[in-house]
Design a protein around this ligand. Sequence first.
Ligand code: FUC
Length: 935
Amino acid sequence: MRLTLGLVFAGFLSGSLQAQDLKLWYNQPAEQWTDALPLGNGRIGAMVFGGVNREHIQFNEETLWTDSPRDYNMPDGAKYLNDIRQLLFAGKQKEAEALAAKHFMGLKSKEEERAPWVEKVRDLASLKSNPSAAKYNDSKWKTIQLPAINGWETVGLEGLDGAVWLRNSFVLPDDWAGKDLVFDLGKIRDHDFTYVNGHLAGTTANASDGRMYVVSADKLKKGVNHISIQVLNYFDKGGLVGYKDTSRPMRVYPKGASEQQAVILSRSWKYMIQDDDPPLVGTYQASYQPFGDLLLTFPDASKGVSDYKRELDLTTAISKTTYVSKGVRYTREYFVSQPDQCLVVRITSDKKQSINFQAGLRSSHKQSAVRVIDPTTLGLSLQVKDGALKGESILKVNAIGGKTRVKNGQIHVSGANEVVLYLTAATNYKNFKDVSGDAAALAKADMEKLAQQSYGSLLNKHLNEYQQYFNRLSLSFGSSSESTLPTDQRIEQFAKNNDPAFAALYLQYGRYLLISSSRPGTRPANLQGIWNDLLTPSWGSKYTTNINLEMNYWPAESLNLSEMHEPLFDMIEELSQTGAETARKYYNAPGFVVHHNTDIWRGTAPINNSNHGIWVSGGAWLSTHLWERYNYTQDKEFLRNRAYPLMRKVALFFNSYLVKDPATGLLVSGPTNSPEQGGLVMGAAMDHQIIRDLYSACIKASEILNTDGELRKIMKSNRDRLTPNKIGRFGQLQEWTVDIDDTTNKHRHVSHLWGVHPGADITWDKDPEMMKAARQSLIYRGDEGTGWSLAWKINFWSRFKDGDHAWKMVHMLISPAAKGGGSYVNLFDAHPPFQIDGNFGGAAGIAEMLLQSHSGYLDILPSLPSALKDGEIKGLCARGGFELEMKWKDGKLSDLSVLSKAGNTCTVKYAGKELKFATERGKRYPIDSALQLIK
Ligand code: FUC
């Protein structure tokens, strides 16, 4: 339906939309993972490095996670609920947090006792010789470069936990003789025993403390001094991780002397793994896992390579690497097919018989093995450590011409004319309760389906399937001279030059990433979409619901990718099952609740610490997405069958959960927190805004569906008694019910502005004073932030209708990641580290400058930055069931046409003018720049 309409009414837009540049491209291969180019079909993700002699394609399968299905809920949390509330009402926050920490957090996965293991690895006498000794011979040990902020996992020891010895040395400057020295070693994960010349200099068990050990002069010697560190790492990142501020090296200096005089320790440390099997550490939730790596080695492509280029074409979802070696042009094309559920790599050359390479598989999972299935096929099997999930991947190499044979577990191809490689992958995950799948059978079945198909047919199916989504929206912000620059340079230049075309590319990249990580039938995009190369990714690469997961879906409806929203709705359905248990066990309440994080097993209990893990609005915020889907599509069946039943359950939860604040007599949420700010409280503005919007949505939905009359009355009454937004003594929008905001707080979370965006609780139309207070709060918080925080601020400033400030935030988001929040070379958003939310929030934010529809009308170019003088967009969606084409010149609307998809009355506002007209479903309405319907 949608496609046909688009074709029939393809209107006035100029050829420049077709000509726009929709490629990421580079003149050199990727070095870092965040230089590599992402591909994905929602389930299988791949990162293509594009190396000349060594191609590295790191891949993922979205259901490979740690742990197993289990109960996350403390059985009798509800017993303590009232006590926690009373303590908070009495102003005893610390006591309330302590009580909650003990009785109210979720259950961790299995944990093993640490002491016996520590005793074993600390029994130095049992070692053949003692690595702490100055004279120990470490010549056979390997070398590693440390500190590494993200742990030794990122510098060669992927997946390692346990007891590891590290050794280094330095030469004592002559004039330091007789002086005590300070050893400034940064942070060490998790526990260290640090020796200098065989003497214990210090030991610290807390991973987050910096190590500053003083060693007395009598333990030091002239010339070379030896440092040995035994590191006990139980879980996650390991080793010497330095300080977040990387400019501060590991160093030694005389006590009392200035740090400038320090001797900097060499980054080359010798290491020896003493024991790699530490006791299990319990975790609240599971982590997303990498799957494996496809490695291609091209022995004869080395020196003399010219004309190198690698790219990702957003219009085809195909990545390409080309170069000329010894007079032959080689081309590699890569894509991940949704219809055929496989990664495809095709290698061609412009001269026959010139393709020579070896293909191999690898995985960072300790329990993994590669096997030869037949001379053209390899298999990779893996088992996640201490978890329920197994993975199986199959690689098939199809060469035309030349020879193919197997040697040392690799497939060797020589003298081929063309080669196509296929990779399938699967796990035994069936759903969040069931892991009884057969990974090997699934991977095999996918491969067998490929056998009958030509590359051409595979490619066509891929293109048709991908483009049905991608082609629905096109835009242009004009052309800029920077478009001739490779993407890495363009990122560097973006903030300095006026390159609006790059912002258009950024928006389309957001759409590309959403299609690639969240196809219908798959799991939602997690913190990293579906792309992750680490066994211990930051925040488990799971789902954080106090901003990140929702932000991933901000572009879904407005940027014409409604189907990509589906995985989120499936997840909400699953969370309504697990969250019902949590609602009952913690709050004695009906409906369901989701706290601030969830994972593949759909955990909903509070996690981490009681000062930020007890936040109750995850389910409510998520369910506003169901309502938004209805707003945009006007799909009543969806509202009746999927959206309202879930939204209603969240409302039932809050009907039971909200309590009267004794100080005001109004309803408040609590115990809760304003995400990651100010600890456990009764009453946070964000909760109230979300709950108010949820009630309003449920009230309207129940009216549309003509159901739940009694419940509607309760929801109305609760909504009216909820604590309202308040303006505080600094002119700010209060973050809490009491006026305790700290105007110097620059924290990345700005949760109390939820009502401005994504909510519609606070608007210029409804309450300009509150809007000003919200803006004041944002001014106090400042512009700086992590990637997602910058992206949220684009949306806030757009809703404040300050396009230039919003544009400033776009500049900050699309700036080199090195300085904090920004963009990596592959345009992945940097928290840092990589977190995909900023890509999605940024794309949605750019759209928010062009069109807003949260106040019941189409607000045209509401927040157009002066830098975006000319532009056009086609396929932009609005609430009410409308799809727009528009064009603007010199900052002014020149053409507009509205396609009505639902036959609703349409109100358009632009530059102080208003047009209201009845519409017919399926009809397009051209409108001129004076807001007159063109008949
Ligand atoms: C929340 C945020 C962090 C990060 C994490 C995944 O805890 O405060 O910045 O985005 O989620």
